[in-house]
Design a protein around this ligand. Structure first.
Ligand SMILES: Nc1nc2c(c(=O)[nH]1)N[C@H]1C(S)=C(S)[C@@H](COP(=O)(O)OP(=O)(O)OC[C@H]3O[C@@H](n4cnc5c(=O)[nH]c(N)nc54)[C@H](O)[C@@H]3O)O[C@H]1N2
Ligand SMILES: Nc1nc2c(c(=O)[nH]1)N[C@H]1C(S)=C(S)[C@@H](COP(=O)(O)OP(=O)(O)OC[C@H]3O[C@@H](n4cnc5c(=O)[nH]c(N)nc54)[C@H](O)[C@@H]3O)O[C@H]1N2
Ligand code: SF4
Ligand SMILES: [Mo]
Length: 698
């Protein structure tokens, strides 16, 4: 029996559609389709390789309970009894001592359900998710100026009509490859492309600026000041704060910024001239400027530039941030964030609270307030947080200062992980619940343009693995709070989810599975005949008085360490690597990229093991010596245990967004004699999967 199911990719926020071909219930092939409304049939190698995870030999097929220190297969009944025995006493003592950690990899429906589970079934305020490590700075900046956070306020195709594209720390060719076609279309029409990145990443850029990490705000601030001097300020709409913003950059000079950023004056001037001359310049940011201790303020500066030059909100012009995870956009809208309720409502707003309490049929006073942000939640494990449930994230590898985070996770009384593969975090858990993969469930995701699309169930989860949404409902039942989680089927959950967003900023209430069957819609979608909103940013904005509220950011010059580590991604791996490291179609190994001058300075030759020391941890990685990175900067990708996050700081957070400073860390480096470096991971990594549990059911 063969069948073909049109669905969306499990990985990044582009959310390409493709056809999954099945023979006798097994996935055999993926073929791209020109009908894909996002990328028109372009997919990347990760998407094409994604089917090999589905029946990977390491798939978790039975709940695992830690018995005498060993993860041991048990029945679901035993698993839920263990959950109840350990979690009920915590809830009786103080529900806030239970933490919940979610993910931008989860569908909208699971995001919604996880937030409802935390707040309605458990009564804990302490729910947050991995998007805090991803989108939070850009989201905070967009919200504070426009009252709305949709990463791209335009369809991707608009990019083709830009005449200048300025990339701030976005490695599109490697991280969001299908978007290259829109940049190429723009370039073919004569657009200029400027890449601002301490590394020369692959792509189409005609101009490269390679600043020291953490100095993007100075580049944008200087550009704004030069524009002001040239009489080129013409705000896109009525706004507050314009004078303060212009005053805050008035002291920036070519000479001063050149020194602070390490970029020649001529290049800074060229950028400003290009920007001043362009009719539809588009600034796109990735994680480079955002994952900084001043990430929110830096994004505000990018917004201020686009807005005060009159481009924000224009098709093909303005500013946008490139969301990362498959449902990174929807994942930040529907209530798994510590301060948020479904439909992008606020947990602090009395009217929003009243709406959701009424919708859920609970007392408003019973809804908890705002809880701890992601890293604060991890750092409180073992003290204020006794038990933690993690779904869709692998913080043992991906959280900043991961060695410290692993220590905190180990200090918990009870760690529950819902995953479909034995991630490093799952291997630390007391209870592992085997969940479902993308092709094994129904749902919707919202891509980086705010486009809501259907994910379709093509096969059933293997062995004893269960659909995530059923597991979450079972957890509510296990603690005796199942009555509001008794969905007869997935459709009932989905209908409730869409209805919950009605009247919120991210309003999906005009959607249903039938409407989404052959079409996609950019939110808000206000009623069943509404076609959606390709361009949501227009005045009056979603602020209390409709005016944009521009925020003047401190133009602080960051202290420069002798060697600054920045971190990020490579094309062939995905995130913490649970999936991609197991995929034979996706290769790669950790290394530290250094400029030849830096290598010489530290006495390092290509391939030589380098000992790197960060504020709380250390590791040893082979040197990759390349002129494509600026001197004084080291780059390490975070996809492996023992890589970037052994070196990042566990407690340096942006005060506004609580985003960790993943992309600027002072480190020291020294060569390690090759014989002494047989074990490249100095800090002990969690044990390999096979050694801790047997896959045979008990
Ligand atoms: N192959 C692959 N693709 C992915 C992912 C993946 O893991 N692998 N993950 C997805 C997710 S969740 C996300 S969030 C996106 C992220 O996508 P990107 O934002 O493109 O990815 P990063 O590699 O984190 O960072 C981008 C660039 O920022 C540069 N950079 C570092 N510090 C600075 C700085 O201070 N200023 C500037 N201007 N640049 C700097 C880095 O050198 C890097 O090239 O990718 C998505 N797509
Ligand atoms: N140094 C450094 N660290 C970083 C970053 C950086 O640039 N530099 N980037 C940060 C960013 S932007 C992000 S988004 C995070 C990502 O890092 P993580 O939050 O760790 O995300 P993933 O690696 O995608 O982890 C997903 C885990 O959940 C499982 N999973 C995936 N989908 C599902 C699902 O639908 N259901 C269930 N039950 N399980 C699922 C996978 O098997 C995997 O184990 O890393 C952050 N960490
Ligand atoms: S670009 Fe992103 S969504 Fe598209 S195939 Fe690649 S990983 Fe999947
Ligand atoms: Mo991300």
């Amino acid at each position: 029996m063969s069948k073909t199911v049109r669905t969306t990719c499990p990985y990044c926020a582009v959310q390409c559609n493709f056809d999954l071909h099945l023979e006798n219930g097994l996935a055999v092939k993926i073929t791209p389709t020109k009908a894909c409304p996002v990328a028109g049939g372009t997919v990347c190698k990760k998407g094409l390789a994604s089917l090999s995870d589905l029946r990977h030999a390491d798939r978790l097929t039975s709940p695992l309970l830690r018995v005498n220190g060993v993860l041991t297969p048990v029945s679901w009944e035993v698993a839920f009894t263990a959950f109840a025995d350990r979690v009920r006493p915590v809830l009786e003592r103080d529900p806030s001592r239970l933490g919940v950690f979610g993910s931008g990899a989860l569908t909208n429906e699971k995001t919604y359900l996880l937030g409802k589970l935390a707040r309605v079934a458990f009564g804990t305020p302490n729910i947050d998710y991995n998007g805090r490590f991803c989108m939070s700075s850009a989201a905070t900046a967009m919200n504070r100026t426009f009252g709305l956070d949709r990463g791209l306020g335009f369809p991707l195709a608009d990019i083709a009509s830009s005449d200048l594209i300025v990339l701030f720390g976005a490695n599109i060719a490697e991280t969001l490859p299908p978007i290259m076609q829109f940049l190429k279309a723009a370039r073919d029409r004569g657009a200029k492309i400027v890449n601002i990145d301490p590394r020369a990443t692959p792509g189409l850029a005609q101009t490269q600026l390679a600043p020291f990490p953490g100095t993007d705000h100075l580049i944008a601030g200087l550009t704004l000041n030069l524009l002001n001097g040239w009489g080129r300020i013409r705000p896109a709409a009525p706004a507050d704060g314009a004078d303060e913003v212009l005053a805050s950059v008035a002291h920036l000079t070519l000479e001063g910024v050149s020194k602070a950023c390490g970029v020649p004056e001529a290049e800074l001037l060229k950028l400003a001239r290009l920007y001043a001359q362009a009719h539809r310049p588009l600034i796109l940011s990735g994680r480079g400027p955002e994952q900084q201790v001043n990430g929110t303020d830096t994004v505000s500066t990018l917004i201020n530039l686009a807005f005060l030059a009159g481009h924000f909100g224009k098709p093909g012009g303005g500013y946008g941030t490139l969301t990362g995870q498959g449902n990174g956009q929807g994942g930040r809208e529907h209530g798994q964030k510590s301060d948020q309720l479904p439909g992008y409502r606020s947990v602090k707003d009395p009217a929003d609270r009243a709406f959701m309490a009424d919708f859920w049929g609970v007392r408003e006073a019973s809804l908890p307030g705002a809880g701890k942000s992601a890293q604060e939640l991890f750092l409180a494990c073992g003290t204020e947080i006794e038990a933690l449930i993690v779904i869709g994230s692998n913080p043992a590898v991906s959280a900043p200062g991961s060695g410290v985070v692993r220590e905190r996770l180990a200090a918990l009384d009870f760690l529950v992980v819902i995953d479909f593969l034995p991630s490093e975090t799952a291997l630390m858990a007391d209870l592992v619940l085997p969940g479902s993969m993308w092709a094994e469930e129904e749902g919707t995701t919202t891509n980086l343009e705010g486009r809501v699309q259907r994910r379709r169930k093509a096969m059933t989860a293997p062995g004893g693995a269960r659909e995530d949404w059923r597991i979450l409902c079972d957890l509510a039942r296990a603690v005796g709070r199942g009555e509001k989680f008794a969905y007869p089927d997935f459709a009932a959950l989905q209908t409730e989810f869409f209805a919950s967003t009605q009247g919120g900023k991210a309003d999906y209430s005009g959607l249903n599975a039938e409407r989404l069957d052959g079409q996609t819609f950019q939110w808000p979608v206000l009623h069943a005949a509404h076609a959606g909103t390709p361009h949501p940013y227009f005045a009056p904005y979603a602020t209390p008085d409709g005016r944009a509220r521009l925020v003047a950011a401190p133009m602080t010059v960051p202290a420069r360490a002798p060697l600054t580590l920045t971190t990020g991604r490579v094309a062939s791996q995905y995130q913490s690597g649970t999936q991609s490291r197991r995929n034979p179609g996706l290769k790669g190994a950790p290394e530290v990229q250094l400029h030849p001058d830096t290598a010489r300075e530290y006495g390092l030759s290509p391939g030589q093991p380098v000992h790197l020391q960060g504020p709380h941890g250390e590791t040893v990685l082979p040197a990759s010596v390349t002129p494509k990175i600026r001197p004084g900067v080291a780059f390490v990708a975070f996809h492996w245990p023992g890589s970037a996050n052994e070196l990042t700081s566990a407690d340096l957070l942006d005060p506004h967004s609580r985003m960790p400073a993943f992309k600027s860390e002072g480190v020291t480096a020294r060569p390690v004699p090759v014989q002494a470096a047989t074990d490249v991971h100095v800090r002990p990594s969690p044990p390999a999967p096979q050694s801790v549990y047997s896959k045979e059911p008990a």
